[in-house]
Ligand binder design. Structure first.
Ligand code: 5GP
Length: 342
């Protein structure tokens, strides 16, 4: 008998290195005792909160621990297995390809290793369909962004449908999206789907106007897009007109203090407008959550019925970048489960 917790099957916003569990992190720490990193520095536990800039420091610590092909393979496989164990059937992972001179890791090899992890999980019959978005870290500027897009383009053509899109992320207080437009435009023109972090901090209104003209296929966070949060009616109108889904990550936003409390989360605004919203984890390792917990949180905070949670999870399938045939299969699997939970 399926339960309420089973009502989620699609995770669309998960950063690889932010999704590493405490157990895997402990293995990495044991592998690299010389770094002298305590596990308390790699996750934000219980009722703890951090500023957004402190969160970005956590990623730097994790990157020190995950810097070789061997690490990436282990991390990617364990993250995929953990999402599957939580009942996720379709996962879009995203990660910023890194070059590490110390271990001889190249950006191309980085992506190949993540794809190898996906293949190995498939061979081992882990019950989950995984796709990959290549991430552009805005802190690295326009040249690196263009280089990353070209790499993503190559993999889109050669990865048998595993690389489906491009993510724009990284510290939102650094750099300006206008400098990245040529790279993002190129990605769009070559057929990569765009999932862009937008208006995570209040100062990004002008940037969001520009990015919306691309337009993106999905928006990450979008915390400050609506007028009550300092955004504007024109931003909201554009997003609604284009029907661009929002990827919403409750725990991440509250722990990262861009949202003051769960009941003030902008889920309420967009959901109230019947706009497509997808609940996601963002960084399940760093923020100590999983997708079941995010669905529970949304349901308990906003009083969602079982039916409403069902519709949310079903809508997420349509917001994915999966090919139509995969969406249909997921829909069918979901429909078969429905009589058992409702
Ligand atoms: P990675 O790309 O190394 O697999 O995952 C960690 C990276 O994802 C971080 O260094 C950062 O660039 C990006 N990231 C993770 N969570 C967030 C978030 O909440 N907001 C933004 N803008 N970027 C994030």
């Amino acid at each position: 008998q399926a339960t309420f917790v089973d009502l989620k099957e699609t995770e669309l916003h998960a950063h690889l290195n932010g999704s590493v569990s405490i157990e895997t992190m402990d293995k990495l720490i044991a592998r690299k005792p010389h770094l002298n990193i305590e596990s308390s520095r790699t996750a934000i536990h219980g009722g703890q909160h951090r500023t957004l800039s402190e969160c970005f420091k956590v990623f730097k610590v994790i990157h020190q621990l995950v810097d070789s092909e061997e690490d990436i393979l282990m991390v990617a496989k364990s993250v995929i297995e953990e999402f599957a164990a939580d009942g996720v059937k379709y996962l879009e992972l995203r990660s910023t390809p890194r070059e590490e001179t110390k271990t001889g890791l190249s950006k191309r090899r980085y992506i190949e290793t993540v794809l190898e992890a996906i293949h190995q999980c498939k061979q081992e019959e882990v019950d989950i369909d995984v796709r990959f978005l290549v991430a552009v870290d805005r802190r690295n500027g326009p040249e690196v962004a263009m280089e990353t897009v070209k790499l993503a383009e190559d993999f889109m053509l050669s990865s048998d449908g595993l690389v489906v899109g491009l993510d724009l992320s990284g510290d939102p207080t650094v750099g300006h999206g206008k400098d990245l437009l040529p790279a993002l435009q190129r990605a769009r023109n070559c057929g990569l789907k765009l999932a862009l972090h937008m208006s995570e901090v209040p100062s990004q209104k002008e940037e969001s106007e520009l990015l919306l003209d691309l337009p993106p296929d999905r928006i990450g966070h979008g915390t400050f897009l609506h007028p009550e949060a300092g955004g504007s009616d024109s931003l909201v109108d554009k997003i609604c007109k284009l029907n661009i889904p929002l990827e919403l990550c409750l725990t991440s936003n509250v722990k990262g203090q861009t949202v003051p409390s769960y009941d003030k989360h902008h889920f309420q605004y967009w959901y109230g407008r019947q706009h497509p919203c997808v609940l996601c984890t963002d960084d399940k390792g760093v923020f100590c959550t999983d997708l079941s917990q995010e669905y529970h949180l949304a349901a308990s905070t906003f009083g969602l019925t079982q039916d409403a949670v069902w519709s949310l999870s079903q809508q997420a399938i349509q917001c994915s970048f999966a090919p139509e045939s995969v969406k249909q299969k997921l829909e069918q699997r979901w429909a078969e489960l429905r009589p058992h939970v409702l």
